[in-house]
Design a protein around this ligand. Structure first.
Ligand code: PLP
Length: 389
């Protein structure tokens, strides 16, 4: 079988335009952006242009963009950076954030900071009222993801930001899965700090950014990498110029194609779901189908282990509803947060469609899954006791 990749939440291929834009910056134009000569100036201008492209995509300013290695580092700079700057205080987040947020906040909690983790609804939404109830006088920041990486639900960021600001609390969003896929405007939506990763929207791996909202006084963070004082001292270390050029170009391309891509992938996603439902009697969707990334589908094939499906289909790039932790398979904390049982989580498959996905691929995957899941179920006595909801 020709490989079919439906795992674009894990990572995306580099767009050909991004590859072309990066190419000269590996070879002919190799200067260090800090060097005070022609080679350095060219690199510095390229990095500044990339910051402008990224800022344009998310509604901020080039001077507010800090390049990092990935979203994990951006989130650490935002949250640990705020905590260390303030010295004490409290954070609010939700129970279906990415581990990059949860583990960092738990580490801060172990260092004496307060932490409240707000549960999400069974539909996969953060309820602003619950965030408001969790805010305290000493809350430093609230962190809510823009789009969930497993079920794709889009969160009411503007409403949450407004509630935070009413209490003088900063609002951070891990927007990794949303940037380049849905419109985001930090200024209009009130997002004070936004974390993103290049490889989630057809840019290269190895570069992310923390973007701050333009405001006076400037948001102050304790840098996590110190040394040469690059990027205004916010993140020391030589900027990866080719990767910066790449993420900038990826932002430019995303801005251009986002609307048409959302429309096309939404139709393909709906086609996949409709075909699966027509061919199999129980296909439950995890999370609401409203206010969701158009390219995401997360479904429960009741009574069938998704790991077993994936083992049978090595040519299919998709993901199971479990997270490998060391040696054991743990049910996904996101699906558990939505109230799914461990069995349902283990029967979940996540599909992430992308720029290169075709209708033929969707039909091949749907037909194959209908045949395979049907075969597994006919062998399994469990299935007959599972009722559709
Ligand atoms: N946050 C979310 C929502 C993600 O999906 C991911 C990656 O899967 C990350 C953070 C971490 O991104 P990176 O591995 O690029 O640091």
């Amino acid at each position: 079988m020709r490989p079919i990749y439906l795992d674009h939440h894990a990572t995306t291929p580099v767009d050909p335009a991004v590859m072309e834009a990066m190419r000269p910056w590996f070879t002919e134009e190799f200067g260090n952006p800090e060097s005070p000569h022609r080679f350095g100036w060219a690199a510095r201008d390229a990095v500044e242009a990339a910051k402008a492209q990224l800022a344009e995509l998310v509604g901020s300013e080039p001077g507010q963009v800090v390049f990092t290695g990935n979203a994990t580092e951006s989130i650490d700079l935002a949250l640990t950076g705020l905590a260390e700057r303030r010295g004490s205080g409290h954070f609010v987040t939700t129970n279906f954030e990415h581990p990059a947020v949860l583990r960092i906040l738990e580490r801060l909690e172990a260092r004496g900071f307060g932490l409240t983790v707000v549960p999400v609804s069974p539909e996969g939404f953060v309820e602003p009222r619950k965030i408001a109830e969790a805010l305290r006088d000493d809350t430093i920041a609230c962190s809510v993801m823009a789009a969930n990486n497993e079920v794709g639900t889009l969160q009411p960021l503007s409403e949450i930001a407004a509630l935070c600001h009413d209490r003088g609390v900063l609002f951070h969003s891990d927007s990794c899965q949303a940037v380049g896929h849905v419109p985001l405007d930090m200024e209009a939506m009130g997002i004070d700090l936004l974390s993103l990763s290049g490889h989630k929207f057809y840019g290269p791996k190895g570069i992310g950014a923390l973007v701050l909202r333009r405001q006076r006084p400037r948001i102050r963070l304790a840098p996590q990498l110190v040394g040469g004082g690059q990027q205004g001292g916010m993140r020391s270390g030589t900027v990866a110029v080719p990767l910066a050029v790449g993420i900038g170009e990826a932002a430019r391309v995303a801005g251009e194609v986002m609307e048409a891509e959302t429309q096309r992938l939404g139709e393909l996603r709906d086609r996949l779901l409709a075909r699966l439902r027509a061919g199999l009697d129980i296909v439950r969707v995890n999370g609401s189908l409203e206010r969701r990334l158009a390219h995401n589908l997360s479904v429960v094939f009741a009574g069938v282990e998704s790991e077993a499906i994936l083992r049978e289909l090595p040519w299919l790039g998709a993901s199971a509803g479990s997270a490998c932790s060391a040696h054991e398979q743990e049910a996904s904390h996101v699906l558990r947060a939505l109230g799914r049982t461990a069995e349902e989580a283990h029967a979940t498959m996540r599909f992430g469609l992308g720029r290169g996905t075709t209708r033929e691929e969707i039909d091949t995957v749907a037909d194959t899954l209908i045949e395979l899941v049907g075969r597994f179920r006919s062998r399994s006595p469990v299935h007959s006791s599972v009722r559709p909801d």
